[in-house]
Design a protein around this ligand. Structure first.
Ligand code: FAD
Length: 444
């Protein structure tokens, strides 16, 4: 694939990227659909590994019919040569012009780019969060959807956000005992915003509520997980209620999630316009990379980005009427996403109440909360970068992707994604080779 040039490169084959690639392919562009995952689908439509021979993969999914239609269209485009799917291919740098540098397929050229790199889970620290058996909520779901395995037999699902519902329901349906679902949010906040909830989403919520009830799972609202206990792996967790009461729940796995963050590694933070264009000419963005809002919103944004890119990259002014239905869906779902963002929050004092001084907050560099607190209190650190320089928190393998929000909360400073010149860890040899190539190009 090295050196190939396409009309459009789409990074990410989740709902947003697939929708963009399909629209651009329909309009006749040659599209490269580049994705780090081994199979198309992204987080929402994560597929079991083919070797597992899942008999009913749809059983683990919501909106499976939509996925089958998307997959059918994608297969037709791939067969016709309009879309080239490059699975298992990580883009580590996007160069102006555009060249996508990938670890597995070398450099890929394109006239335009759609960034559809999705989101990742926000992970916050608490005592015991590094014990084996403590996984993220999305991680537990990925184990189940992608590997058909459970993280444990008795699982506590905790944190905040709508993702906890499908995770708890999915684990229970697959045979785990879900000992508790602890949701930090207050249901009264959700009721206050009831009119902003689209009917389809209300029905989805009711379906999950019925599934939880069927499996005997009680949702403990306004409860947060404040500790995981165990020696070699998690054996129990402590949940704290609104009245300060603490309750110990035995389990052999904890699936904990505190919401999602946009995956902005390749381009830093940006805003998009009505056509999903970023401020960089020739670059569109769609889906969770532009803000967290769910798979349906990602599909609508991907459709708009793909249609706009297809027109503009051929020098035509696009007609927004062509995507009017998707734009209406987008507006409705963005309003709903704003409601969810306001409702699903941790109590303001969780960092002080749950993160003890000896809790490791940066697990790559093994930095305890006490070091971060000292940096703030004794050394005057007031932002994440200074905390990092003084404590090494965020300097390790994850480069602050995992620990950033937790370190910021403990430090009491805002979390700002610093942006990274390399989106993925890259071997030195590859970088050195890159420099040699550039030198050769520059020589007359
Ligand atoms: C762990 C997790 C679990 C989720 N589970 C649910 C759920 O059960 N229900 C629900 O409604 N929503 C869920 N969501 C939210 C849901 O994923 C999104 O709403 C939806 O999938 C967003 O679609 P997307 O196309 O924007 O991104 P994604 O589906 O996340 O797809 C992005 C794709 O980009 C690829 N990518 C990222 N960076 C690079 C790179 N540098 N190079 C190459 N490829 C790259 C990723 O591998 C991924 O395949 C989950 C999110 C996460 C993070």
């Amino acid at each position: 694939m090295t050196g190939e040039r396409y009309g459009l490169a789409v990074v990410g084959a989740g709902p947003a990227g697939i929708a963009a690639a399909l629209e651009a392919g329909d309009a006749g562009l040659r599209v490269a659909l580049v994705d780090a995952a081994p199979q198309a689908g992204g987080q929402f439509y994560r597929q079991p590994a083919p070797g597992l021979r899942a008999r009913r993969p749809g059983a683990l999914h919501h909106a499976w019919g939509t996925w089958r239609r998307l997959r059918g269209r994608l297969e037709a485009h791939i067969e016709a040569g309009r879309v080239t799917h490059l699975p298992g291919c990580q883009v580590w740098c996007l160069e102006p012009g555009f060249t996508l540098h990938t670890l597995e397929a070398g450099a890929i050229g394109a006239d335009g780019v759609v960034l559809a790199t999705g989101g990742y889970e926000k992970v916050l620290p608490f005592p015991g969060w590094t014990l084996p058996g403590v996984v993220t909520a999305g991680g537990a779901q990925a184990m189940l959807k992608g590997g058909l395995v459970l993280p444990g037999r008795t699982v506590v699902v905790a944190g905040t956000g709508p993702l906890l519902l499908p995770v708890a329901a999915g684990l229970a349906a697959a045979g785990a005992r879900v000992a508790a679902l602890a949701e930090a949010a207050d249901p009264r906040d959700l009721l206050r915003h009831a009119t902003a909830v689209p009917l389809g989403k209300a029905v989805e919520g009711a379906v999950y509520a019925a599934r939880l009830a069927r499996h005997g799972i009680r949702v403990r609202w306004r409860h947060t997980v404040v500790a995981a206990h165990g020696v070699d792996r998690v054996e129990a967790v402590t949940l704290a209620g609104p009245d300060g009461a603490r309750r110990r729940v035995a389990c052999d796995a904890l699936a904990v999630g505190h919401g999602l963050l946009p995956h902005t590694d390749l381009a830093g933070s940006f805003e998009v316009d009505a056509e999903q264009r970023t401020p960089t000419p020739g670059v569109w963005a769609a889906g969770e990379v532009t803000g967290v809002g769910g798979a349906e919103l990602a599909l609508a944004e991907g459709e708009i980005a793909g249609r706009s890119a297809a027109a503009r990259l051929r020098g035509r002014e696009p007609d927004p009427a062509a995507w009017a239905t998707a734009a209406r869906r987008r507006e409705r779902l963005r309003r709903f996403a704003a409601v969810l963002d306001a409702v699903y929050r941790l109590p303001g004092d969780w960092a002080e109440s749950a993160v003890t001084d000896d809790t490791v907050v940066c697990r790559c560099e093994e930095v305890p909360a006490s070091a971060v607190r000292e940096a703030v209190r004794d050394l005057g650190a007031g932002d994440l970068r200074t905390v990092k320089l003084l404590t090494r928190a965020g300097m390790g393998w994850c480069q602050g992707r995992v620990c950033g929000p937790g370190v910021a909360a403990v430090a009491g400073c805002p979390f700002t994604d610093p942006g990274r010149p390399l989106a993925r860890p890259v071997p030195l040899g590859l970088l050195a080779g890159q420099a040699d190539e550039e030198e050769e190009r520059e020589q007359p």
